[in-house]
Design a protein around this ligand. Structure first.
Ligand code: SAM
Length: 382
């Protein structure tokens, strides 16, 4: 990172069409975490910056959009705000839950059910005494104080059994999911460091109620901001290496896993245990675990093969004249950097797409005390 008169500036490198590359660099430079509509509702690791997503979208006008690695749904929310038909898929059922809850233009009836049910469940959970059943307890037991376990268990059973519309149940699960790590001794979603702190009785139930009200408010803001006539967001589970079951789109904007940076599936173990969902960890692309288990050379080879497979799969859903935009950062392993730009470009060209431009920015990585490059690459289907 360079500094100019005391202000940090990011080193950058541009390729291809100069105007497009410069505009993509400007979009990537967004650093402040915008909190409009539903963006800030639920944490999700490595979420794209909402302003960057908005500005990249604006560079490629059209009426439809797909994100095959949608994570918490940042790109989908921005697509809805721009009035587009949006599709999102992710291998993680937690990503599916978060993205789905963030992109609902919910009816007043669903929002009333969300609020009323959450209040009722919270009132009951404050006085809960029952521990979660064995299979859940064996995973989550060490991470909570006993009364917090009992409050969460009452909420879990309450959400599962509530007499509500499916849509409202999704929102209640998303609310539950949003407090699972916060109420635990986990330092954060992506760290398994233990931080023991006191959480007084009843506050977990109260937090659940507060989060349901926050979600309700955010969804109302989303409904007010999405242009009339925008189709309902289509969010589902999917492995990006298989062509998605969607009508052709005119933009694919996505941020695939950066090699060896996170274990996106494994970090959701607490939520998965509480909500009884399976994590298809072996299907994850580029997890840290693979780099540790297989060694960097073999894991990188695997990541390259996966990059070619998913790029070919999604390119088959682009309209002629449509665009693929990939935001990806280099990985860091003991031996050094795991480069991503070359493979991303080669995979898109092998899939029949034409390279248009790219912007690369140097990002300081304080955790690893290093600098990692992050790239946005744009391609067009002839
Ligand atoms: C960088 S994150 C995406 C973050 C997203 N752009 C956001 O703003 O929240 C990468 C995502 O890829 C998902 N993923 C990993 N392997 C996958 C696969 N084979 N198919 C689909 N999704 C996968 C992970 O679950 C993770 O959510």
């Amino acid at each position: 990172m360079r500094t100019t008169r005391g202000k940090p500036t990011l080193d950058r490198s541009l390729e291809g069409e100069p105007a497009l590359a410069t505009a993509m660099a400007t979009a990537l430079q967004a650093l402040e975490q915008a909190d409009r509509v539903t963006h800030g509702f639920h944490t999700y690791p490595a979420g794209l910056n909402p302003d960057a997503a908005r500005d990249l979208l604006a560079l490629f006008p059209g009426d439809s959009l797909h994100d095959p690695f949608c994570g918490g749904g940042t790109v989908l929310v921005e697509g809805l705000l721009a009035g587009r038909r949006v599709h999102g898929r992710d291998l993680s059922p937690i990503a599916q839950l978060v993205a789905r809850s963030r992109t609902r233009v919910a009816s007043p009836e669903v929002l009333t059910q969300l609020r009323a049910t959450a209040r009722r469940l919270a009132d009951v959970a404050k006085f809960a005494q029952t521990m979660p059943p064995g299979p859940i307890l064996s995973v989550v037991g060490d991470w909570y104080e006993p009364h917090v376990l009992a409050e969460l268990e009452a909420l879990r059973v309450g959400v599962r059994d509530a007499q509500v519309l499916d849509e409202a149940r999704w929102l209640l699960w998303a609310t539950f999911s949003s407090i699972v790590v916060k109420a635990s001794f986990r330092a954060s979603d992506t760290s398994s460091r233990r931080e023991v702190h006191a959480r007084p009785p009843e506050t977990t139930a109260i937090l659940f109620h507060k989060k349901s009200r926050e979600l309700g408010r955010r969804l109302e803001a989303l409904a007010a901001a999405v242009p009339a006539g925008t189709p309902v967001a289509d969010v589902g589970w999917g492995d990006a290496r298989q062509a998605p079951d969607i009508a052709p789109v005119d933009l694919i904007l996505t941020s695939p896993p950066y090699p060896s940076v996170y274990d996106y599936l494994a970090v959701q173990d607490l939520r998965a245990a509480w909500m009884d969902v399976g994590l298809a960890e072996r299907q994850e692309i580029g997890p840290r675990r693979a780099f540790q288990e297989l060694g960097s050379r073999e894991a990188w080879r695997q990541w390259q093969a996966d990059t070619h497979t998913w790029t070919r799969a999604v390119a088959s859903r682009l309209r002629p004249g449509g665009h693929l935009v990939v935001v990806i950062g280099d990985g860091l392993v003991e031996e050094g950097t795991v480069p991503t730009w070359e493979t991303t470009r080669a995979a898109a060209e092998a899939a029949g797409l034409r390279f248009r431009a790219s912007a690369s920015l140097a990002r300081p990585d304080p955790v690893r005390r290093a600098t990692r490059w992050e790239h946005a690459l744009a391609f067009t289907r002839p």
